[in-house]
Each structure stands twice: as C-alpha cells, then as structure tokens.
Design a protein around this ligand. Structure first.
Ligand code: ADP
Length: 219
C-alpha cells in the first residue's frame, strides 16, 4: 500500500518538527514555506520541499495538493494567512485538514471553516508541563475530551506490591487502570489480581476531577 502523504504548510518550529517526525515514521512529506532559506535548510530532510505562498490557489493546485491524504496548516502567528490557507486546502479537496491555532478565537474560526482537527500546541504543552510539575510521577497526559483524561503514571513506592483489587481505583477514585507497562511487557486490560511494582507505568482513564484526586493521593 502507498504510504500516506502529508503536506506541511509552514516550516516554522512546529511545522518543521512535525514534518521531520512524519519522515521518521516513514511517511512522504511535502514541506511548503514562502521563506527560501527555511526551505533550503529542509530540502534534504523531506521528500519534497517547495518555496511558495500557500494563500495562492494556483500554486497549491499546481502542487497537486488535493491528492494529499492530510494537509497541515502550521502557520500560527499570522492568523489571516492561516485561515486563508485552511480555506484553500478545504476547497481544493484535501482529505483531512489539520491546523494549528494560537488562540481560542483563531481555533473557533478554523473550526467554523470545517478544518477537521484544530490543535493548540502551546496551550496543550503548557497544560501538560503544569501537570508534570505538580505530579512528579506523571509520565504523559492526554485529553480524550473536555472531561476525560488518559494519563501514564509511574507506580510509586506506596503502591508497590499491591494488586489492582487492593488499590481499588474504580470504587475509591472512579478511575480505571486500562494497561500496565511492566519490565516483562505490556499488560492490556489488567485484571484485579495483577500486582503493581514500583517503577512500572500504569495507564489510567477517568474524568479530570477523579484523575486529579487519584494523582493527589498516590504520589
Ligand atoms: P512557529 O511558531 O511554529 O515557528 P510561525 O507561525 O512562526 O510558527 O511560522 C510559520 C512559518 O510559516 C514560517 O516559516 C513562515 O515563513 C511560513 N509562512 C507564513 N506565511 C506563509 C505563506 N503564506 N505561505 C507559505 N509559508 C508561510
């Protein structure tokens, strides 16, 4: 099967990092930026690179942008350009359009244009770092919806040797342990009898409030 093709529009810090990671993951990536120097720096690292103004419909058409599986608008600071580019990608028929927003209003405008996924990298990273700072054993944190979180936490000494049944997270905190990453491998859907060891990673799902309570008591 042909690998998925991504077009990253805007090769600033966010766009460049995203494009390089997609390359590392084995996908084809077209990078577009209007800055010649930036494109020159990335030209050996991406499948294709083009110096172009992404708000120019003819340029995007000539790049065959409509054939890409996913177009990412990684232009943040210039909201007008970000919105115009997103409109072009949608109108040209790119299957999935993802766009970076720098403010709530910017995000709302992109949403209204029918952008498939709006991301807020700075806001999300700020939230993530805040959680990691107050919960030292937090490894990763993901918002599943407005109310629900999925978090990865290190099992602390106070949980060492306990079974999930003894920890009793569902009744005590209203959260579920959905996976355990132990030295010997990952246990998906662990049972009540699985034993926790300090240093293991557990993946926990629950509402924000319940995860907060759980994090506060098991550090
Ligand atoms: P970051 O914060 O991730 O660095 P920026 O918004 O500062 O994001 O960078 C956006 C990038 O998008 C810059 O490299 C800029 O040259 C590029 N860019 C801005 N406008 C256009 C446009 N109309 N067409 C193509 N690239 C653009």
């Amino acid at each position: 099967m042909k690998p998925k093709q991504f077009a990253v529009i805007g090769l600033g810090r966010f766009g460049a990092s995203l494009a390089l990671e997609l390359m590392d993951l084995g996908y084809e990536v077209l990078g577009v930026d209007r800055d010649e120097e930036i494109v020159e720096d990335m030209s050996d690292l991406l499948t294709h690179t083009v110096v172009a103004d992404a708000t120019d419909e003819e340029v995007l058409k000539s790049l065959g942008i409509r054939n890409f599986d996913c177009g990412i608008v990684a232009i943040g600071d210039d909201i007008q350009t970000s919105i115009l580019t997103a409109i072009q990608l949608k109108e040209l028929g790119v299957k999935t359009v993802v766009a970076k927003a720098i403010s709530v209003l910017h995000g709302r405008a992109l949403d209204k244009l029918g952008v498939d996924r709006v991301i807020f990298p700075e806001r999300d990273m700020g939230i993530r770092v805040a959680h990691q700072l107050v919960t030292p054993n937090l490894v990763d944190y993901m918002e599943l919806s407005k109310d629900y979180l999925l978090v990865e936490m290190t099992v602390t000494e106070c949980m060492d040797g306990k079974t999930l049944s003894e920890l009793n997270t569902r009744t005590r905190y209203g959260v579920s342990v959905v996976a355990l990453n132990q030295h010997k491998g990952i246990i998906v859907a662990p049972t009540a009898m699985d034993v926790l060891k300090a240093g293991d990673i557990m993946v926990v799902i629950g509402t924000k409030n319940n995860i907060d309570r759980f994090e506060g008591e098991v550090v």
